[in-house]
Design a binder for this molecule. Structure first.
Ligand SMILES: Nc1ncnc2c1ncn2[C@@H]1O[C@H](COP(=O)(O)OP(=O)(O)O)[C@@H](O)[C@H]1O
Ligand SMILES: [Mg+2]
Length: 246
């Protein structure tokens, strides 16, 4: 049992994600389905966290709650200090635009917008109104992900790996402190996935960004500071591999 002092310490600021006994239940065909059972976990600011586990374990549900796209059925979820349960849709949406970059397994780019327009859109959604500055930043991001010569392509005119690179540029376009990635290499072959892993590795440690990544990819797990094992909606072991810093 943690003493009162330890309890206070664990729940102090500096945590990007703080889940306390979070459960999530869906009703499917009138029957309750438990997607998460009393999950307690935290991710410190600046850490890379990997969430691993078989399909259906609840990984995406965890990310959706962190992003404020879903609310816990029970328990408390704090994200960068914001209490997800206590916030309404409007404030969650504003919070997301300002603080969260979400990289989806299936990219989810806006199909009618070019690569660069997809990236610039996030700046506009975040309320950045200096279009000259946005344009310059977009060009830098598109260059960072190696797609300068594809900037004016629509998503359908890009390969899966290229679309995921646009999605990464888009996810960091509004310079969010917290980046969520849902099996970002899940739809890509090993070699194409490697480019994505390298881009994620670049974000690691950059300006204290926090990354939470669900994955089956050992290359991503290897760069994690903390690994959460989920199975059947329950949290199993939590690994914090000791690292030799160089
Ligand atoms: N919107 C939903 N409605 C009903 N059931 C859902 C919904 N989202 C997820 N589930 C169920 O919750 C469980 C966990 O899903 P998910 O978080 O997507 O797992 P994972 O990402 O690990 O594959 C699964 O059994 C899934 O079918
Ligand atoms: Mg999933």
């Amino acid at each position: 049992m943690a003493s009162q002092d330890e309890e206070t310490e664990v729940r102090a600021p500096g945590l990007a994600v703080d889940f306390l006994d979070v459960s999530k239940e869906y009703i499917v065909n009138g029957k309750p389905l438990k997607a998460l059972s009393s999950i307690t976990l935290n991710v410190k600011e600046g850490e890379v966290a990997a969430i691993v586990g078989p399909s259906g374990a609840g990984k995406t549900t965890v990310l959706n709650i962190i992003a404020g796209l879903e609310k816990p059925s029970q328990g408390e979820a704090r994200v960068l200090g914001l209490d997800v349960n206590a916030s309404n849709e409007h404030s969650l949406s504003a919070f997301r635009s300002a603080n969260i970059g979400f990289i989806f397994q299936s990219y989810n780019l806006v199909s009618t917008l070019t690569a660069e327009e997809n990236v610039e859109l996030m700046m506009e959604l975040a309320g950045w109104s200096d279009s000259g500055r946005n344009e310059k930043l977009t060009a830098e991001l598109i260059s960072m992900v190696g797609l300068t010569d594809r900037a004016k392509h629509l998503p359908a005119q890009l390969s899966g790996g290229e679309q995921q690179r646009v999605a990464i540029a888009r996810a960091i376009a509004n310079d969010p402190p917290l980046i969520l990635a849902d099996e970002p290499t899940g739809n890509l072959d090993q070699k194409t996935g490697l480019e994505i892993v390298k881009l994620l590795a670049r974000l690691k440690g950059e300006k204290g960004k926090t990354l939470v990544v669900t994955t089956h990819d050992d290359r991503i797990v290897e760069m994690a500071d903390v690994i959460f094992h989920l199975e059947n909606g329950s949290l199993g072991s939590i690994d914090r591999p000791a690292r030799v810093r160089n």
